[in-house]
Design a protein around this ligand. Structure first.
Ligand code: CMP
Length: 608
């Protein structure tokens, strides 16, 4: 079970070397990656020159190195696993731009929408297969396979149009997440229901006990998913940003990137193993809990190139699975399957969005995003074949449906854009289809904006200075490069003080240095008061000398300090000798001034 739950591409009956097999085993990975990248690049480039979307080239590259075409055959299982990494990284990237609050904001449309659309599309798909004389079990599996969209294709399409962050894009992504969650349940239910549907009972990894019963299986899996979401939301946002911060504080870019990748792949893998959710869903949650961190943008930038490369492998591996002869053997069913995906699903999701009171633009965006099938459909269909619910041809049909629907997806988007323009150009349609129904979308937009403002506020409260401000206020930091300043800032903590708060008590042991970012503080020496304001710092003398604090320091206004702990302070002085020179000189001047102040009122204080 665990295998099916996590992996999308390990198919029943999917042997790599049916007709031809060329490369020695120990070179499989290298030859597969090399062939996939080279061909995907060449064909993607050619497709682009012909005015087609590059992904058509990637799919054809897959067919070319797949077992169903002559010539070199790459390792299909390996390509599938590499593609899976692509899916994980992509979903992780989406999570990095998606907060828990965003997910909550779209739940009113995403939950009923995804569930309703899955039910309708499954019924249409299963109805057609039943009419074609297939068994109930096979019809149901094909129906469900056609009802779920491909994460990769949808995200790539949204990304290309810069729509991931728009309210409609967020709805589409939320919808996809709900679909993924429903599929986790479907993957549990189908094997449990298989005997009743005319298939074979599953044998669990522990060695062939009886099927535990549908309700039991469902309950266990619901509990696991709930525990997974609970852990992700409760512990994740506390732990993950902290880990990122620690990695960034080392100042090593490679360690930071590694932390990002380790979190993405590690969490995805562990969630699939422990909770039975898909790798993609695990990766999405990993990204989402990191979203709270101020470093999430840096994380996204660092993982982007890998995301792109591996996502290409997704399309290549789909092409490799495709057996073109199915087009000749079952032309009518292929067309029927394609119509379910392109027309049935599109109309169903548009209708649901409409019924929920949203404008036509939301319906068009969501239905175009869902008008294809992908990785989940392969797992489901593979599972159906493995359980004896349907013949291999069912999987071939689903694969043909995937390849064709992915290929024409850009056309579907173009058609939806056209419709949108038609509506926009016609004042009557616009009034009825957009303006009269804009309420729910505006509400949702307000929720999303509130979520963003909340996140910004939290980041603001944490932030001490930007690297530029740091150099402006404290000229001796100007000599550091912007990256060095960025790393230094990660070591700062924010502290605030109300007027009258004693920040440092004379005689205490020293533990940190304070840089004033706002407000005012007063040092009192021998009854004399010295005012310090933004751009000044204090607490350095005892840190450098190791002696107790030399004076009381009290906030005289609402103040905000950037505070550096003793260890970090020492480390920085060691790394940057000119900082040490500057701060030591300042401490010496202040010490001298204090000696004079203590010597009596007649002595003239030196400049500080
Ligand atoms: P420290 O001795 O660690 O704690 C008290 C701080 O007050 C001290 O470091 C200085 O940063 C600050 N301080 C002490 N004397 C003066 C002074 N004469 N002018 C400005 N700041 C002072």
């Amino acid at each position: 079970m665990e295998k099916e739950a996590g992996s999308s591409f390990t198919l029943a009956g999917g042997e790599g070397c049916e007709n031809k097999c060329a490369v020695p085993h120990d070179m499989n990975l290298i030859s597969t990656v090399a062939a996939a990248f080279v061909l995907a690049f060449l064909m993607g480039f050619a497709a682009s020159r012909l005015g087609l979307p590059p992904l058509v080239g990637y799919l054809l590259a897959g067919v070319a190195i797949g077992p169903f075409s002559p010539g070199f055959v790459a390792d299909r299982d390996l390509a599938g696993q590499l593609a899976e990494i692509g899916v994980m990284l992509l979903m992780f990237g989406v999570g990095l731009h998606f907060s828990v609050a965003d997910l909550l904001a779209v739940r009113r449309i995403a939950i009923p929408g995804a569930i309703g659309q899955i039910v309708i599309a499954t019924l249409i798909g299963a109805g057609i297969m039943l009419a074609a004389g297939w068994s109930w079990g096979g019809a149901l599996v094909v129906g469900i396979s056609l009802s779920v969209a491909s994460t990769v294709v949808m995200l790539k399409a949204l990304e290309e149009r810069g729509a991931v962050g728009s309210p409609n894009g967020r709805i589409a992504v939320g919808w996809l997440i709900v679909e993924d969650l429903v599929m986790v349940l479907a993957l549990v239910l189908i094997p449990a229901l298989a005997p009743a549907l005319g298939g074979t009972a599953i044998h669990t990894a522990h060695g062939g006990e009886d099927s535990p019963g549908v309700l039991w299986a469902l309950m266990i899996s619901l509990i696991k998913v709930t525990v997974f979401i609970g852990l992700a939301l409760l512990i994740g946002p506390r732990v993950m940003p902290w880990i990122l911060r620690q990695a960034a504080r080392t100042g090593s870019r490679e360690l930071f990137t590694l932390a990002v990748l380790a979190a993405a792949l590690g969490i995805a893998f562990a969630s699939a193993k422990l909770f039975g959710v898909s790798f993609a869903l695990g990766a999405f949650f990993a990204g989402m809990v990191m979203n709270e961190s101020e470093l999430s943008h840096k994380a996204a930038t660092n993982s982007l190139p890998l995301q792109d490369a591996f996502a290409v492998l997704f399309f290549v591996s789909v092409g490799m699975l495709f057996d073109p002869t199915v087009l000749v053997r079952e032309p009518v069913l292929v067309v029927a399957v394609l119509l379910v995906i392109l027309v049935g699903k599109t109309l169903a999701s548009f209708g649901i969005v409409w019924l929920l009171g949203f404008p036509a633009s939301t319906g068009l965006m969501v239905s175009a995003s869902l008008a294809q099938i992908g990785e989940f459909s392969f797992i489901l269909a593979g599972l159906g074949v493995g359980l004896g619910l349907m013949p291999m041809e069912g999987l071939n049909l689903v694969l043909a449906g995937a390849l064709l629907s992915i290929t024409v997806n850009p056309l579907v988007f173009a058609a939806s854009d056209r419709l949108q323009r038609l509506i926009d150009a016609n004042p009557r349609l616009r009034a009825q289809w957009e303006q009269a129904r804009s309420g729910p979308l505006e509400q949702l937009q307000a929720d999303l904006e509130a979520a963003r403002a909340g996140k910004q506020g939290r980041a603001e409260a944490r932030r001490t200075f930007t690297p530029a401000e740091l150099a402006d206020r404290f000229p001796f930091f100007a000599e550091l490069t912007p990256e060095q300043r960025e790393v230094l800032l990660l070591h700062f903590e924010t502290e605030t003080a109300d007027p009258g708060t004693r920040v440092i008590r004379a005689g205490d042991e020293a533990d940190k240095i304070y840089f004033i970012s706002a407000g005012e503080a007063e040092v009192s020496i021998n009854g004399q008061r010295i005012k310090l304001g933004p751009g000044d710092y204090f607490g350095e003398m005892a840190l450098i000398s190791g002696a107790p604090r030399s004076a009381d320091v009290t906030a005289t206004d609402y103040s905000k300090f950037a505070v550096l702990g003793r260890r970090d302070f020492n480390r920085f002085l060691q790394r940057f000798p000119h900082l040490r020179a500057h701060i030591s000189a300042q401490a010496a001047r202040r010490g001298e001034m204090n000696r004079q102040l203590q010597a009596g009122p007649d002595a003239t204080p030196p400049e500080v």
